[in-house]
Ligand binder design. Sequence first.
Ligand SMILES: Nc1nc2c([nH]c(=O)n2[C@H]2C[C@H](O)[C@@H](COP(=O)(O)OP(=O)(O)OP(=O)(O)O)O2)c(=O)[nH]1
Ligand SMILES: [Mg+2]
Length: 126
Amino acid sequence: MVIRVAAGIIMRDDQVFIALRSQDKHQGGCWEFPGGKVEMGEEPDTALARELAEECGIAVQESAPFKLIRHDYSDKSVELHFFLVTGFSGEPHGKEGQEVAWVPRQELGRYTFPEANVPIVQAMLA
Ligand SMILES: Nc1nc2c([nH]c(=O)n2[C@H]2C[C@H](O)[C@@H](COP(=O)(O)OP(=O)(O)OP(=O)(O)O)O2)c(=O)[nH]1
Ligand SMILES: [Mg+2]
């Protein structure tokens, strides 16, 4: 079974907003682009808006599909719909208590992301 996920690369100026996945979650301890599972019958962009409201407290106003990545972890397979989020209202924060950071795009390589994110981080550094 493949888990569909929508995740947002939230950008302001040349900085990206990332969050730390809690230890008890799949890929816990890794940094992530906030997001979560696409529900049954839901479109990825709708899931993105819902998850970013829940996790970061923002309302997405401008977003565009960036990359679709399919990845098999040893314990699960994911289909990640990454979006570039360039317009939003509200100030992103760790609404669920997660550690967060605004990172200059060029410094994303210093953070440990899940294996599936490698092409995303490479694209952001290019
Ligand atoms: N949000 C997010 N998930 C990622 C990224 N990279 C990556 O491999 N994943 C994986 C980890 C998880 O297996 C899955 C996302 O699930 P999630 O735990 O965020 O789902 P959710 O927000 O709906 O949370 P939950 O209530 O089900 O715990 O995708 C990423 O950059 N962002
Ligand atoms: Mg999530």
